[in-house]
Design a protein around this ligand. Structure first.
Ligand code: GDP
Ligand code: K
Ligand code: MG
Length: 271
């Protein structure tokens, strides 16, 4: 049985560098159907039964650009056996914004902390175990450019693919927002696949039409979502989409605060 691996991540996080080193010369390059977004697939140099897709670079899974739509439809529709989330570790907070969304898709995820050669050069350090614990998925440090850690990362990705367990993210939002998500989640329990329940609940909370169309929940669930959204927006005095965005950044800031150690010029790290 072939194993499908998708490489996802922000633009310039090193996806194509990693893709090239994983696939060597066995590559197919075309376009995604209907759009002029490049589609790259290849097979793993160590195992021809492993098919790797280099997804277009994106900052978010919102449906505002063709790149976002292509990545999202592929991840939700095709359901690869594992997503390797390629993260630029020198820009952890910004990159983890996409990670927080990938973890909601109900597929196994392995986070590849890339550019660790630069992190080390800057005198910074990342506590990989802490990041892994918070994200609820395997996390491996790599340098796609230098090849460091790439084989270990692939072993972790293949193990996660065979295991098939989706990530168990421990990143949680403020109580009021979690309560809103839970209420919508129970209203779509019969509609949404369990693995995607949180993803769809958040999309309904945001009132995102593309996801609502894809799920087509019953009228009662739509009513619940609208009421929950209105009450949360009133309570927090902001629109739901901005509320969710802020919650993601808060949760990430909290995580990075505990897991990343920045070097301070002229100061000795105390712990
Ligand atoms: P993509 O947009 O995600 O496909 O990113 P690319 O693979 O095109 O890489 C963007 C830039 O980062 C290129 O100049 C790469 O050479 C560089 N790069 C990729 N991985 C690493 C790495 O691990 N370390 C360093 N120092 N540079 C890297
Ligand atoms: K690029
Ligand atoms: Mg690329």
């Amino acid at each position: 049985m072939a194993i499908a691996i998708a490489l996802a991540g922000n633009p310039n996080s090193g996806k194509t560098t990693l893709f090239n080193s994983l696939t060597g010369s066995s590559q197919y390059v075309g376009n995604w159907p209907g759009v002029t977004v490049e589609k790259k697939q290849g097979t793993y140099v160590r195992d021809k039964d492993v098919v790797i897709t280099d997804l277009p670079g994106i900052y978010s899974l919102s449906p505002y650009s063709p790149e976002e739509v292509v990545s999202r439809e592929y991840l939700i529709g095709e359901r690869p056996d594992v997503v390797v989330d390629v993260v630029d570790s020198t820009n952890l907070e910004r990159n983890l914004y996409l990670t927080s969304q990938l973890l909601e898709l109900g597929v196994p995820v392995v986070v590849a902390l890339n550019m660790t050669d630069l992190v080390k050069k800057n005198g910074d350090a990342i506590d990989v175990a802490k990041v892994s614990e918070q994200l609820g998925c395997p996390v491996v440090e790599i340098s796609a450019l230098k090849g460091a850690g790439v084989a270990e990362m692939m072993d972790a990705a293949l193990a996660a693919a065979r295991d098939g367990k989706p990530a168990a993210c421990r990143m949680r939002f403020d109580a009021a927002v979690e309560e809103a998500i839970e209420r919508i989640e129970s209203s779509i329990a019969d509609n949404a696949p369990a693995a995607l329940a949180r993803w769809y609940a958040i999309k309904l909370l945001e009132g995102e039409q593309r996801a609502i169309d894809a799920l087509s929940p019953d009228a009662a669930a739509l009513e619940t979502a609208a009421a929950v959204r209105a009450s949360l927006e009133e309570r927090l005095d902001d629109d739901a989409e901005s509320i969710v965005t802020a919650e993601r950044y808060d949760a990430i800031a909290h995580l990075v605060d505990r897991a990343a150690k920045k070097s301070r010029k002229g100061m000795t790290a105390t712990q």
